[in-house]
Design a protein around this ligand. Structure first.
Ligand code: SF4
Length: 144
């Protein structure tokens, strides 16, 4: 028996001080608070960095969507490091290339283009999330 509505953990990177990192967090909030609150659970990267037991357990028991600012892919790497499975990963860096008219600026407060990029990215991730169904066991994948 499978749980088709399994929660998905959403892990944005912690690119504090960088517009790309701010977009990743804003996109995560939009996805988790507004677009798919019933299917998502936001996990702060800082908790994984600190080895928080609850955060580790959440990434080990649910598929993850990671939202990273740049190609360093810190969130994706940390989820995998803690035994989680990344069902979908995205870098804001790539999203900027795909949406050249939406250049994020600002850190504490994004410019309108940055906020729009976060909304667009969250919408794209909601579509990806809807394609993630069933249990983690059903989806398989390494847990090394
Ligand atoms: S993925 Fe890039 S922006 Fe995000 S925390 Fe890592 S180095 Fe910083």
């Amino acid at each position: 028996m499978t749980d088709a509505k399994q929660k998905v953990v959403v892990v944005p990177c912690s690119g504090i001080g960088k517009p790309l990192g701010t977009v990743s967090r804003e996109a995560a909030y939009e996805l988790c608070d507004n677009l798919r609150p019933e299917r998502t659970r936001l996990v702060a990267l800082s908790k994984l960095v600190l080895g928080d037991a609850e955060a580790r357990d959440q990434v080990r028991t649910s598929p993850a969507i990671t939202i990273d600012g740049c190609k360093q892919m810190c969130a994706s790497k940390l989820v995998k490091h803690h035994g989680g499975r990344v069902a979908h990963e995205v870098a804001v860096f790539d999203a900027v290339r795909n949406h050249k008219d939406l250049k994020p600026k600002g850190i504490a407060e994004l410019n309108p283009e940055g906020r729009e990029l976060a909304r667009v990215l969250a919408g794209e991730l909601a579509v990806e999330l809807d394609a993630i169904g069933g249990s983690a066991a059903e989806e398989g994948g390494p847990h090394a």
